[in-house]
Each structure stands twice: as structure tokens, then as C-alpha cells.
Design a protein around this ligand. Sequence first.
Ligand code: F6P
Length: 327
Amino acid sequence: MAQKVTKIGVLTSGGDSPGMNAAIRAVVRTGIYHGLEVFGIMRGYQGMIEDDIFRMEGRSVANIIQRGGTILKTARCKEFFEPEGRKKAYENLKRRGIDGLVIIGGDGSFRGAVKFSNEFDIPCIGLAGTIDKDINGTDFTIGFDTAVNTAVEAIDKIRDTMDAHDRIFIIEVMGRDAGYIALHSGIATGAENILVPERKTNMDDIITSLLEKERRKKLVNLIVVAEGDEFGGATEVEKVLKKNLPNAEIRVCILGHIQRGGSPSCIDRLIASRMGYHAVESLMEGRHNVFVGILNNKMHYIPLETAVKNKGRISEEWMKIVKILAS
Ligand code: F6P
């Protein structure tokens, strides 16, 4: 028999992502709709350990659906991975009577939640919030769509100047372990080469094809590289290309954290709202230790343990599409 939750806590953890605020709003308002008391926990697990927790009302989340970042702030908390840290956090929740948690974050945050809920009797529901889209079991993560659109907008601008000067541009996008931002933004901007951590980069092939293009006077070439590509980021790629293409004009742009900020796209607001709503519903139904994912436009509840990074999921077909369309 499911234990009834009465007081729930919500936190954002790990790297922020646009749409986290929309998810917080949905959790708070759905919780209040069901007569629950809802508590905001500041700076992720750090705030749980330090008892930086406050009661939220419907009004606390007014005018935030369109804002990037997270009103609850976020942190990557090492202390929570130690048993003493988790115990402190539990005692703070217990004292306030918080009997359910919604964790908005990436796979590292979910790993923390699994450890916590294996030790203590507090059900945890995860919402996948990461720009990298590197979580198994969901077609979307909160923030990915916005980050990709930010990258596309920036790359389109770079293409104007790159075209004007007949240059090769190497653009580095975020993605320490995953190449989805590189893949999606690269295809959408007509990149000639896309380098992702999931697939081995063959630099010899890239050099050969750039030399061949140089011979036929195709001097404008866009290379999008994920920061975590095993060959290295944009500066590593630049070094090798400069050595092998002495006549080419080569420039680098590292897009960096602009991809993590900004107003969330409509898609991110929608999925964050749906996921936030379902997180509370699932706590009410007695679910625990799952995260809310969307597969084929349907909500799914997936065990938190399985939310590992989906490394290696970029298929050969995707890379073939890149090659054919850029030729
Ligand atoms: O949140 C994911 C991510 O943006 C990665 O793509 C990136 O490598 C990392 O976070 C950067 O983290 P930080 O802001 O802590 O340097």
C-alpha cells in the first residue's frame, strides 16, 4: 500500500538548463492543487544538507516560466555522495516532515537520489534537466531544445562572416560526454563535419576532404565539434588543421555557457510543465525512484537506476546524413 505524501521538496541540481524554472512552477502548482505543502530546496543537495529550505506558495513561482537559470539555484554537491552528507540531508527533511522529493537534474543528480532513497524512506522522482540530452529512456530533456536553438542562432551568424571571408570555422559546442548538441546544431546549420564523443573522429579523412575542397575552391567549411570529442575540442582540431592546410584561413569559436542560458523555447516550457505535473501525480500514486521521461510523446516512468548516460547512441545513419547533405 502506497504511503500518502503530504509535504514535498523540489530542487534543481547539476548544470542548470533552460526550462528548469518552468518545471519548478509545475511541481509547486500541481502540489498545491493536490493540497500538498511544497518546499523549495536551495542549491540542490547542498541546501538539503544545510537546511536551506523554504515553504513555497503558488505565488512563489509567478512570472518564471519564461526565465532561464533556476530560482532555486543549483550546485554539484560532493558531500551528498558521502553517507554523512546524506544523513544530514535526511534529518533536515524528516524534521520538516518532507516525505517526497522531486529532483530536477542530470544523471549525476539521479545517482545521488538512488543512493539516498536506498538508505531512507523518502520517495524520489526525477525530471531530466540537462542541455546535453544524455539520459537514457527519454526523447527529450529539459533545456536541450533551447540550447540547440541558441547554438544554431550563433552558428548562423558566424556563417555570414565565414562566408564573406572564405574561411574554415571550427565551432565548439557543449557536450562533455554527449554529441547531441553538436549533431543537431551541425545538421541544422549545414556543417561539413560534425565531431562527437560517441564516434571516433578520423582526422586524416577530414584533412583529405578539406584539401580536396581547397583544390576545387570550396573554401568555406564549417566544422562543429562537441567539447568532449575524444580527438579534443576546437583548439586541438585547429592545431592539426593549421599544420595540414597552411593556405587556409582558419578561425575558432567556442560557444560555451551562452548555450546554458536564455529564455526557454516553447518546447522546453511544455515538456518541463508536463514533466513537473507528472512528477507530482506519480508521487501521489505512490511511485518512487523513477524519473519522468517522454517517449513517442507519451509520459513514461523509468527507474532512476537506469538513467545512465546514453553514450554511443549516435547511429551510423546520422553520420551518413551529415556526409551526404554536406557534400
Ligand atoms: O550541463 C551540462 C554541461 O553544460 C556540459 O555540456 C558541460 O561540459 C558542463 O555542463 C559544464 O559544466 P560547468 O558549467 O560546471 O563548467
